[in-house]
Design a protein around this ligand. Structure first.
Ligand code: PDD
Length: 287
């Protein structure tokens, strides 16, 4: 099956797709991205992802490459051409191609790239069995709210997690409080039964999955407390999980050497996961 990438106005065979060596994405990581998951050929939370893309572009004073309807149309077209029933679409916008110079150039055309990947996420064992995570210092920059392509610290953290046999690394700020995973948001159900996820701010990315899950939980009458929590609080929690476009709601059953609860996904986590999976498969109406 031919697989295409979209690069600056063209659908190109994936293996041959490329951008210029002086693209600022390549030179400076001067760009932003989104990952949207696809189930049944349909993008999940597309509006939320495009909203965030616009916020990221604004924060970096970058022009939108295309209007929202055209962008959406191309995303749908690429998914259709690549016949992705379940998987992800990756979208990246960089400031464009210019001779290497740190200051932002003006008057150049942004580079827009999209690729897709088939992934069979819902059948992954980790959704039902849960995963282990490790904790590491958060060494990232101070604008983690921007979904920038500069992900070196995240890559280092994920590699360390993988080396420790863990699925994710939870990053910890200077006060000993967890910010987020290297590619996911973090949630716990505390000893006193509060469902907590860190408040928004420049320290974390505002996850689209996080937004949807907060909405779903509240619809179900479950209170969500948006507040920072320490590693100790997390180690003593009843339940824990992470959320992202690619991990949906993945239960966490071990934090470093500490087993969470009974070592199996907690009951609230399982209910939230079911609701979220129903929602993402179009089986659930929400506001
Ligand atoms: N990552 N925090 C970070 C640092 C992330 O990279 C991501 C997503 C999230 C969760 O956001 P969302 O729910 O919108 O996916 C939180 C994507 C999936 C990635 O980099 O592959």
């Amino acid at each position: 099956l031919a697989r295409y990438a979209y690069v600056d106005g063209r659908y190109t065979p994936h293996d041959a797709a490329s951008v210029h060596v002086e693209d600022r994405g390549f030179q400076f990581a001067d760009g932003v991205y989104e990952v949207v998951s696809i189930i049944g050929g349909r993008m999940i939370d597309m509006q939320g992802h495009i909203d965030r893309l616009e916020r990221s572009l604004d924060a970096l004073d970058m022009a939108a490459p295309l209007s929202r309807p055209v962008l959406t149309m191309i995303m749908r077209e690429l998914i259709a051409r690549n016949r992705v029933d379940e998987g992800i679409i990756y979208l990246q916008v960089t400031r464009g191609v210019a001779p290497r110079d740190h200051k932002f150039p003006t008057g150049i055309k942004p580079t827009l790239v999209m690729t897709t990947k088939r992934v069979d996420f819902r059948n992954q064992k980790r959704l039902s069995e849960g995963v282990k995570v490790i904790t590491i210092p958060d060494i990232r920059w101070a604008r983690c709210d921007i979904k920038a392509i500069s992900l070196l610290a995240n890559c280092m953290g994920k590699t360390q997690a993988s080396g420790a046999g863990a699925y994710e690394a939870w990053q910890v700020d200077a006060e000993g409080r967890i910010t987020e995973g290297t590619s996911s948001n973090v949630w716990i159900l505390t000893r006193d039964n509060k469902l907590k996820t860190r408040m928004l701010g420049p320290e974390i990315l505002r996850g689209v999955t996080r937004d949807s899950l907060i909405r779903i939980a509240r619809e179900e009458g479950i209170e969500v407390v948006e507040e920072a929590f320490t590693v100790e609080e997390a180690r003593e929690c009843r339940e824990a999980f992470v959320t992202s476009a690619t991990s949906f709601l993945t239960p966490v059953v071990q934090i470093d050497d500490t087993v969470v609860g009974n070592g199996v996904p907690g009951s609230l986590s399982c209910r939230l996961q079911r609701w979220y999976l129903d929602y993402s498969s179009g089986l659930r109406e929400t506001a």
